[in-house]
Write a protein that binds this ligand. Structure first.
Ligand SMILES: [Zn+2]
Ligand SMILES: [Zn+2]
Length: 171
């Protein structure tokens, strides 16, 4: 865990963390820290940068109420919609240097929903190795090639982090 101290985080990783933490069955801050090889402090800082102060605080609050937390596997865990709204509101400006414009933030929220659907459809397992660890949702046809398929469930595939890395970066 000490390797974390000098960890550098790219914006892509930060957004990935946001999407993971707000997804159904999403990981805790500690789990995210382990997954990305960062300290909890850096994870929280990254979330604050992307989500804004308040939404990050809500998302990283260690214990959701029972109903929010879902079952023991975290399935059914729901990111409170009030927080999701605040997330988009925070991104709507108020001096957030990472603000990228309204449509993009809406995209991210919609993307979060479709990702949750993909995870559920794939039973929270990597479609290549059946792992349940460190899942990400991958676009089969990239956003760059077919932006219109960004939110198409058929174009999404649940992969574990290892298989995802292998897919994009070879062996
Ligand atoms: Zn895998
Ligand atoms: Zn991918």
């Amino acid at each position: 865990m000490l390797k974390a101290a000098h960890g550098k985080v790219t914006e892509e990783q930060e957004l990935e963390m946001v999407e993971l933490i707000i997804a159904p069955g999403g990981p805790s801050v500690s789990a995210l820290a382990r997954q990305f090889g960062l300290s909890r402090y850096l994870v929280k800082k990254a979330l604050r940068r992307q989500m804004g102060e308040e939404a990050a605080k809500a998302a990283t609050h260690t214990r959701w109420s029972e109903s929010m937390r879902g079952n023991q596997n975290g399935v059914g865990h729901k990111f409170p919609s009030a927080v999701a709204e605040r997330f988009s509101a925070e991104r709507r400006g108020k001096g957030n240097p990472n603000w990228k414009g309204g449509p993009k933030a809406r995209h991210r929220l919609r993307y979060r929903d479709i990702k949750a659907q993909a995870l559920e459809r794939d039973s929270y397992r990597c479609m290549r190795c059946k792992s349940r660890e460190q899942l990400v949702v991958h676009h089969i046809v990239s956003e760059k090639d077919r932006p219109d398929l960004l939110h198409d469930l058929e174009n999404l595939e649940t992969l574990c982090r290892a298989c995802h890395m292998r897919h994009h970066h070879g062996h």
